[in-house]
Design a protein around this ligand. Structure first.
Ligand code: ZN
Length: 153
């Protein structure tokens, strides 16, 4: 089922989500993951956080190298000293793009959709998406971090 994506200006996007997922196997959570996948793909996104579709859970999904991944109760445990600048956009901020500087690599720890613990160093584009989506769960939009913004009509 396609979900409605909240757009910048909606106060829910600026709220830090504190609600961790207690039971990954819960039908509501499993359905949410499928719906978020469908919604992200339909909108040609590469990442989507639960609060972008109005859900109060610390959970996000991404698609990188044609792999779909789910991060539940995610935490960034460490970051590289090296930082890189990349262009970012956001399904909640249509038409606006900007250059954001972030650590190149991050050590991400989370649960996946099968309730398995995952922990690894993500690099490049994947590290970028992870940081952008984790920001969402903390109520932060890329606009808050961008050094320059531009509109594409
Ligand atoms: Zn976003």
């Amino acid at each position: 089922m396609l979900l409605k994506i909240l757009i910048k200006g909606d106060p829910f996007l600026q709220k830090k989500i504190n609600n961790i997922v207690e039971n990954v196997k819960d039908l509501e959570i499993q359905k949410l993951i499928l719906d978020m996948k469908e919604t992200m793909e339909f909108n040609n996104g590469i990442g989507l956080a639960a609060n972008q579709v109005g859900k109060n859970y610390r959970l996000f999904v991404l698609e990188f190298n044609k792999l779909f991944k789910v991060f539940i109760n995610p935490e960034i445990k460490d970051v590289s000293k090296e930082e890189v600048e990349m262009e970012e956009g956001c399904l909640s901020v249509p038409g606006i793009f900007g250059i954001v500087k972030r650590p190149k690599r991050v050590l991400i720890k989370a649960l996946n959709e099968k309730n398995e613990k995952i922990e690894y160093w993500a690099d490049e584009m994947e590290a970028r998406i992870i940081q952008h989506e984790l920001d969402h769960l903390n109520g932060i939009l890329f606009l808050d971090r961008a050094k320059s913004l531009y509109k594409i009509i």
